[in-house]
Design a binder for this molecule. Sequence first.
Ligand SMILES: Cc1cc2nc3c(=O)[nH]c(=O)nc-3n(C[C@H](O)[C@H](O)[C@H](O)COP(=O)(O)OP(=O)(O)OC[C@H]3O[C@@H](n4cnc5c(N)ncnc54)[C@H](O)[C@@H]3O)c2cc1C
Length: 404
Amino acid sequence: MTEIQTTCCIAGGGPAGMMLGFLLARAGVPVVVLEKHEDFLRDFRGDTVHPSTLEMMHELGLLNEFLKIPHSTVREMSLQIGDDHLVVGHFEHLPVQCQFVALMPQWDFLDFIADHAMRYPDFDLQMRTEATDLLLDDGRVAGVRATTPDGQIEIRADLTVACDGRHSTLRGRAGFSVENLRAPMDVMWFRVPRNNNDPSDVVAHVETGRMLVMLNRNDYWQCAYVIPKGSADEVKHAGLDKFRNSVGDISPFLRDRLDEIDDWDKVKLLTVEVDRLRRWYRAGLICIGDAAHAMSPIGGVGINLAVQDAVAAANILAEPLRRGTVTIDTLKAVQQRREFPTRVTQRLQIMMQNNVIGPALANNGKRPRAPLFMKMMQWPLLQRIPGRLLAFGVRPEHIQSPAA
Ligand SMILES: Cc1cc2nc3c(=O)[nH]c(=O)nc-3n(C[C@H](O)[C@H](O)[C@H](O)COP(=O)(O)OP(=O)(O)OC[C@H]3O[C@@H](n4cnc5c(N)ncnc54)[C@H](O)[C@@H]3O)c2cc1C
C-alpha cells in the first residue's frame, strides 16, 4: 500500500478544506488535501460569498483578481411575508471593501483557491481520493486511509483535519457525538431564466404553506422552494404542473418561463440539517466547517462560516504545526474560538425557522404575517444590525497566519 507522510492531512476539498490547505501551505506547513470528486463541479451549493469572505480575499491581496470571476452582487436582502414587505439587511453602510454579497458558483471559488494554493510547494491536492477511515496509534489519530482509482493509500500526518462536510465520514469514525437541532424544512433548488425588467435583488417570499427565495444570477434566477421537512416525495408525486403553479402563484412574473422546469432532474433536493458536534477534536484530529456544524441555508452563511473556521484554524495551528507542538489544548483553542459564532448563528437561524418558516409551512390556512421583532427591525438604525450580522457573522476572523 502506498504511504504518504505529511504534516497536516485535510479530508475534504470544500470551502473549509481548500481555504485551510491554502493558508497552511502559504505558512510553510506541508499539507495534503484529499477530495473524493474529480473536480469541484457541483450545482446549487453555497454560492453566496459574503463581505466577511471578500474582506479575507482583500487581506490576502487577492480581491481584485477574485472579483474578475463572473459574479452578480446583492446589496440588499428583502423578505415578503404575506402582505408585509421587510428589508432584512442592506450592506451599503459597512466599513469594508465590498458592500455586497457576491453570488458566484462555488466551483469557481474553489478553483480560484486551488490555483493559488498550488503555487506553494507545500500544497498537495489529491483529487478522486476518498478518506475512508482513521489510522490510529495508541488511540491517537495518526492520519487516514483513503481509496483512489489506483487502490488504497495511507496518509500519515501529525494532524488530520476533517473538512468532509455534513455527512462527514471521519467524524463518525472518530466517535464524536452530534447534537441535532432539527429543521422544519427541506429545500428544492432549480433555476429559471431572468429577464432584464425583473426585480434585481434577492427576493424571499413567504406565503401560506410555502416559501420561495430567488437569487439574482444575472441571466437566471437561482430559486429555493422551501417545503415542509420530508415532503419532497409528496411534492413530486403531485406532479410538475402543480409544482410550477405553486411557484407561479408566489412569483407571478415567473409564470411565462416555468415550462423550462420540464423534468424533476432539474430540481435538486437539499435535505436541511442543523447540527453541531459537542466536541470537535481528539488527539491528532479536529473537525471544522460543516463536519463540525451543519448550518441551515437561512442567510446563506454556510460557506462563509466554513471559511471563517479555516482562517481561525490556520491562525491557531500554523505555528504549532511548523514546530511540531500541536497539543490537545491547541485543538481545544480552535473549538473555543469558533463554537460561539456557530452557536449564535444557529440560534438566529432556529429563531427564524420557529417564528417565520415553520408556522408558514404548517399551513393553518391563515395568511402569514411578519413577527413583531422583524417589523421593529425596520427602524433605520436597527436595520443595520441584521445587515452587519449577515455580512460578518459573529466574531469575524482576520488572516493572522504567516506567509512563509
Ligand atoms: C444544495 C445546497 C445548497 C446550499 N446553498 C447554500 C447557500 O446558498 N449559501 C451558503 O452559504 N451555503 C449553502 N449551502 C451550504 C454550504 O455549501 C456549506 O455550508 C459549505 O459548503 C460547507 O463547507 P465545507 O467545506 O465545510 O463542506 P462541503 O462544502 O460539504 O465540502 C466537503 C467536501 O468534502 C468532500 N468529501 C466528502 N467526504 C469526503 C471523504 N470521505 N474524503 C474526501 N473528500 C470528501 C466533498 O466532496 C466536498 O467537496 C448549501 C448546501 C447544499 C448541499
